[in-house]
Design a protein around this ligand. Structure first.
Ligand SMILES: Cc1ncc(COP(=O)(O)O)c(C=O)c1O
Length: 405
């Protein structure tokens, strides 16, 4: 008998998500009864707003439980158009919107329909791990442009433009960025949009954290791109982070009708429609009161400030306050030197084993030397997590000094 046939070659080219790995490791310990402080999770700890849950329950009770159009129900697509018109002053038609299983599928679909094998996709790091992996799944090559801690991880337009080649098919941007929380400035976005239009390059923007921006800074990505590169720009949004709906799986893509239609064909042959009940819930989220979004944002702000203050006690742990999302991206190079731990990946592993604190190492985001801390968790757990981190560095430093490591 012949042995088991090999998996498809493409599976050899992609990596498991470093962020999901932390969650798995923390969960394994928790199931053994260990008190783990998990600041690895990239999801809101808040419950989904009551009116959203009520809409889903009403959907079930009225038997709204059948297939829907693969690209989403018309009311929800209209609600997405209305929300973007209200929030950003841009007009899109329902033929320019598809409802997807989270922002992740919106981005995946777009890459599948835009990229050919051999194409290059220029994006920035530190980055959300699925972006380069999805580029590779489409057979293309991710070209990574580094953003730097000294500049608050702001993405520079000239760095992106400098990385473009005749093979570049797509520019992928993420703002606010996971893991850094940095926002791309409107000037940089305009410059990138103009250059993309001049060269005929698609722009894909991951806006999954667009509702989680702390200060009143100009950040109208949709308007800028619809003015400068409307026929080339695809924007991915999500109900997950804004409305505390990660498990429901609802996102959307907005973009040129032919691209959205192609995404619809792809989706119709793969996952088909997003769960009908979820679509009713997302409709309530987008059209109902927006106060819960603001309330959650205010709570994240307080947590961000407190966590930053606590960690600032140790000068070997440094970071700027992020402008959006809900992560601190901490430079731990000084802590590595003090403790004799070689890499941030090893730092995170040892931290979980020794101090029962789960954080995500920068390696997961193409940024060694850093650690991502999610503050989408209660203040008590954050306080406990910060205490464990500070004590861990001090304890390890003492051991390093004592052993001459
Ligand atoms: C930057 C970024 N984009 C997209 C997503 C996808 O989120 P979802 O598929 O839940 O909308 C995430 C989730 O963590 C993210 O961090």
């Amino acid at each position: 008998m012949k042995g088991t046939p090999a998996l498809a070659e493409r599976m050899g080219k992609i990596l498991t998500s470093g962020t999901l790995q932390v969650a798995l490791d923390a969960d394994r310990l928790r199931r053994q009864g260990v008190d783990v402080v998990d600041l690895g999770a990239g999801e809101p700890d808040f419950p989904t707003p009551v009116h959203v849950k009520a809409a889903a329950i009403a959907g079930i009770e009225s038997n709204f439980t059948k297939y829907t159009p693969a690209a989403g129900i018309a009311e929800l697509k209209q609600a997405v158009c209305d929300r973007y018109q209200q929030d950003y002053g841009v007009r899109y038609d329902t033929s320019e919107v598809i409802v997807t299983a989270g922002g992740k599928q919106a981005i995946f679909n777009a890459m599948e329909v835009l990229l050919n094998p051999g194409d290059e996709a220029v994006t920035h790091t530190p980055c959300w791990p699925s972006i380069p992996e999805q580029v590779k799944l489409a057979g293309a090559k991710p070209v990574l442009v580094h953003a730097h801690a000294e500049d608050g991880f702001e993405v520079a337009a000239d760095a992106i433009i400098g990385a473009l080649t005749p093979r570049t098919k797509v520019i992928i941007l993420n703002t606010p960025c996971n893991p850094t929380g940095a926002l791309i400035s409107e000037e940089a976005l305009a410059a990138i949009g103009e250059e993309a239009a001049r060269r005929g390059i698609w722009i894909l923007v991951d806006l999954c954290y667009e509702r989680l921006i702390y200060d009143k800074v100009p950040h109208n990505v949709c308007r800028i791109l619809s003015e400068r590169a409307r026929d080339l720009a695809v924007m991915a949004g999500s109900a997950s982070k804004a409305y505390a709906m990660t498990g429901w799986r609802c996102g959307w893509a907005i973009g040129p009708a032919p691209v959205i239609a192609a995404c619809g064909v792809l989706q119709s042959h793969s996952t088909s429609n997003v769960c009908s009940i979820t679509q009713r819930a997302a409709l309530a989220a987008l059209t109902g009161p927006q106060a819960p979004v603001k309330e959650m944002l205010e709570e994240y702000r307080v947590r961000r400030d407190r966590l930053h203050e606590w960690l600032s006690q140790d000068p070997r742990l440094t970071c700027r306050k992020p402008g959006g999302a809900f992560y601190l991206f901490l430079n731990v190079v000084g802590a590595l030197e003090a403790t004799g731990i070689r890499t941030s990946a090893e730092f995170a592993r040892t931290l979980l084993d020794d101090a029962r604190l789960a954080l995500t190492p920068g390696e997961a985001f193409e940024a060694p030397g850093f650690i991502r801390i999610s503050y989408a968790t209660s203040m008590d757990r954050l306080r406990e997590g910060a205490t464990r981190l500070l004590e861990f560095v001090r304890r390890r430093e003492r051991t390093a000094v004592a052993t001459g490591a």
